[in-house]
Each structure stands twice: as C-alpha cells, then as structure tokens.
Design a protein around this ligand. Sequence first.
Ligand code: SAM
Length: 259
Amino acid sequence: MIQPKKSLGQNFLRDPNTIRKIAASLDAKSGDAVVEIGPGTGAMTSELLATHPKMVALEVDQRAVAHLNEELPDLDVRHQDVLTADWYAVSEELGGSLHVIGNLPYYITSPILFSLVDARDVVAEVVVMMQLEVAQRIVAQPRTKAYGILSVVFQRYCDVKLLFKVSPHVFFPQPDVTSAVVRLRFKADAPPPSPGEDLFRQVVRGAFGQRRKTLRNSLRSAFPSLDDLPEEWAKRRAEELTPDEFARLSRYLGDVLER
Ligand code: SAM
C-alpha cells in the first residue's frame, strides 16, 4: 500500500464509516454510469466497485494509477487530468447519464464543477467532498454573505444539498479546513447549453464582479453597450436576485444588447 505523501497537497480519507457514508449518498443503481474523480489510493473505490463494476476512475497521479492497477485489477482507471475530461464522450461510452463522485482536489473544485454543469445534459448527479466554505457558497440563499456566482449558477441547474460536514480528523494528512459532502442533482428541465445560457453566466459574473454596486452600475461596466436598466432592476444589488430572476434579467439583456 503506498502511503500518500504530504507533499501531494491532497488529503486522503482514512475512516471507513465516512467512506461508506459518502459512497452511499450516490443514487446510482448497479449498471448506471459511475465516474470517480481522483481515486488516489482507492479508499472509496473498492466500496464503489462492488456495486458498480463498470465504473471509470480518472486519476492524474501516475503512481496512484499504477497502485490501483495492481490492487484493483478489474477497475477501469484512466491516467487523466479531470479538467480535460470530455463528459459527453464518457457518457456515450458508458451508455447513460453520469453519476459523478469524488473526494475532490480542493484547489480545482470550482473548475471541475463548472465543467460538469457545462455538460449538464449528460450528467444526472454529482456527490463530492469539498471545503465546507465552498459547500456553503453553493447552497447559500439570496441576501446572505455566502450567496454569489456558485450559488446562482449551480442552483439554476441543480437541486443542491449540503449532506454532511466532515471533520479534518478522518483524513491523512489532516487538512486545515473542515470539509463537507454536497450533492448536486441535475434538474430534468434544466436549460441545456446555449448562447442564452452563456449570457446568463456573463450577467451573473458581471453583477457579482462588483457586488456592492447597484445592477445599473455593475452591469454597465460589464456590458459597455448597455444604456440603462429598467427601474425594476436598476437599483437592486446582485445578492438580492434569485437564480430565476437572474435568468429573467439575462433574457432581457439578450434582447436589448442584440439590437
Ligand atoms: N479519493 C482519495 C481519498 O479520498 O482518499 C483521494 C482524494 S485526494 C483529495 C484527490 C485525488 O485527486 C488525488 O488522488 C489526486 O492525485 C487526484 N487529482 C488531483 N488533481 C487531479 C486532476 N486534475 N485530475 C484527476 N485527478 C486529480
């Protein structure tokens, strides 16, 4: 068994109860398309493999891949940077909507989750461990400090739930932060990727880019060709708008900016 090194900057799960609890949070049935991100030395993988023998694991560390090939010869582990994963191709190969699970490398939590949101028409569900602070931003409600880009974007496309917190003690090496497991269930009626949805993302980024300013000011800086906003929006601030209101605002901007 290779011992994870502190220099990897990753935290490996060491508590069988926590591992079982995370694996059991995935709704996937046997035969569903399951992908594990960053299996490492396989702490959660053996648990998953028992129910999902066709699962795929994506791991960037060649030593971990070699270790898994030896310890779990039936596992389809791929030496790959998850940020280069083509989720559409993986879904086609596995023959179904993806159920994605992992104890994420925390420094790339957001890009990984955004890549999954961008492939939302082939992703059913995501159960991942991340830093508690990021989890709280994902599930935050309007008019709170934690409410921001992550809350609006993920809540537009997914039902989000912070399932449970995880103490630093169950990891080796122990991280400095508390962690949390979050489930994102993609809504069946989530709008698929389109230019309108790209604009939605730009509007959310523009509005939160200067979150203390009114939308009139923040969006005029983000969209220099914008003359003004109707009174309904002009004096409000980004943190007051629900994801649905952002969608309505971005449809309005799509109309006026096109002219
Ligand atoms: N799942 C294991 C566990 O819980 O013990 C390991 C979790 S550790 C936090 C994150 C894992 O993700 C490490 O094995 C690391 O090598 C892997 N990893 C880091 N960056 C990655 C990337 N860009 N693509 C794929 N795997 C990555």
